[in-house]
Design a protein around this ligand. Structure first.
Ligand code: ATP
Ligand code: MG
Ligand code: MG
Ligand code: MG
Length: 439
């Protein structure tokens, strides 16, 4: 993409109403535009990162054997009356009425809707296990929308639902989700720690939240410092293996790590003092097992091997896809701007032409651009007639992992400058070498 043809409305001023760094940088980099409180439009740069995060979530869900669907955003109130949640859910639910006076709502979550799909089509234990998931917009009328996309009212969420014959099978699905979530967050360059959490309005005994440690996080968390050393890495896990998935759960959840809702001071004090930590965290996901709560109330049953009708065991599993943009920026930035992890970066490399209009510099930039494209990478070429300082500031703000600076002086010696956004280190290399390094 050439910047002169792109739409990236960078702001010079720091927006006054943005309290935290991720919100400030997303506005300044022209990634989002607020439509109304907690409701945003996604501008090209923001959309690219959103799509990258969505792609990683999709890939890891499909790898785990989960099946994608897309449910409607608008749901009939009657479904929620069946589960009993229509009245319970409260003011966070956006309720609307259609022209026939039917009560409808904009889905804040989809347990009822997915259970309705399941009961319409699945009748036998032979069709289990089944996990359906979607990545879809949700609406929750948050009392205090803030921090940009971190606590929006309209937000993008991955929500998955497992249907199993027995509790054991459903707990395997729970563990499978834990494994897939660990992989997902690491691919985005994030350390998200599973912590024991509270069931909340969805209910349930087994639940973990995934938290990214950050001072601006809204959750208070308590943990054993050893949990921050755990990484999943590139190990292979067989998602069908109950033992393998359970081993990962044990490894990642046996040390103390809890949100304030489930915090237990006595247990916490059993950790050696030098390892006790209390901090703030951003909730980027949550997994639940809630048994037959919805299947019983909504009649989602299957015939088992003994020809009996039994309610299925379920769980639901969410990832805050749009919130993740904020979380990643909170975890990865400096005073000049964002530092995108490779896995989610909107472009792989930025090309800065120091002397736009100079034949040699223009030709070198064009050649680099083509070389990156042939290598399967996406460059952003700043081809505007602007001062070098302004171009550098923009590149630093939008945080691409690499910047290549091309100018007549370097070209005389056959070199361009390659700069890492993360370390700030620059090296002078031949253009071909720059392409090879970024790859
Ligand atoms: P929170 O405690 O932050 O209100 P939640 O526990 O109500 O979140 P869940 O029902 O667990 O949210 O939804 C799954 C995920 O969706 C959360 O882990 C979070 O990452 C994301 N999410 C929830 N509410 C919002 C919101 N208002 N804006 C952006 N993302 C959200
Ligand atoms: Mg909430
Ligand atoms: Mg929560
Ligand atoms: Mg939650």
């Amino acid at each position: 993409m050439r910047l002169s043809r792109y739409f990236m409305p960078v702001l010079k001023e720091t927006p006054a109403d943005a309290q935290i760094v991720s919100h400030r940088y997303m506005l300044r980099a022209g990634m989002i535009k607020q439509t109304a409180a907690g409701i945003y439009s996604w501008l090209p740069l923001g959309l690219k990162v959103l799509r990258n995060i969505e792609r990683i979530v999709n890939e890891e869900q499909e790898r785990a054997g989960h099946v994608p669907i897309l449910m409607s955003t608008i749901q009939p109130a009657d479904l929620w009356r069946e589960s009993g949640r229509y009245d319970d859910y409260g003011e966070e639910m956006l309720r609307v009425r259609d022209r026939h006076d039917r009560d409808m709502l904009y889905g804040p979550t989809n347990e009822e809707a997915v259970t309705d799909i399941f009961r319409a089509h699945v009748n036998s234990y032979k069709d289990l296990p089944l996990t359906l998931y979607q990545i879809q917009w949700k609406f929750r009328d948050e009392i205090r929308p803030r921090f940009g996309v971190m606590r929006g009212r309209e937000f993008f969420m991955k929500d998955g639902y497992n249907f199993d014959l027995t509790k054991e099978d459903a707990l395997h699905a729970y563990n499978r989700h834990l494994v897939s979530y660990l992989r997902t967050y690491e691919r985005m360059g994030l350390k998200a720690i599973p912590m024991r959490a509270d069931g909340g309005p969805i209910g349930g005994d087994y639940t973990h939240e995934f938290l990214v440690l950050a001072e601006t996080g809204e959750s208070e968390v308590f943990y054993d410092a050893e949990v921050t050393d755990l990484t999943f890495g590139d190990r292979e896990v067989d998602y069908d293996s109950v033992e393998e998935c359970e081993a990962v759960l044990k490894e990642f959840t046996s040390r103390y790590a809890r949100t304030d809702e489930t915090h237990d001071e006595a247990l916490f004090n059993e950790i050696p003092e030098e390892r006790r930590r209390s901090a703030r965290g951003i909730e980027v996901g949550q997994i639940f097992y809630f048994g037959t709560k919805y299947s019983e109330s909504m009649g989602a049953t299957v015939v088992n091997a003994d020809q009996e009708q039994v309610p299925v065991h379920m769980g639901s599993h969410g990832i805050g896809v749009s919130r993740l943009l904020g979380a990643i920026i909170e975890a990865s930035h400096d005073d000049k701007g964002i530092i995108w992890p490779e896995g989610v970066t909107p472009f792989h490399v930025g090309i800065v032409n120091l002397k736009q209009g100079d034949d040699e510099a223009d030709a070198a930039c064009d050649a680099l651009y083509k070389a990156f494209v042939s290598a399967g990478l996406e460059p952003l070429y700043d081809d505007r007639k602007e001062r070098a300082g302004g171009k550098f500031a923009t590149m630093d703000l939008i945080g691409l992992p690499w910047r290549i600076t091309v100018g007549p002086r370097g070209l005389k010696n056959g070199v361009v400058e390659l700069t890492s956004r993360k370390t700030g280190e620059s090296v002078e290399v031949a253009p071909e070498e720059a392409v090879a390094k970024v790859k």
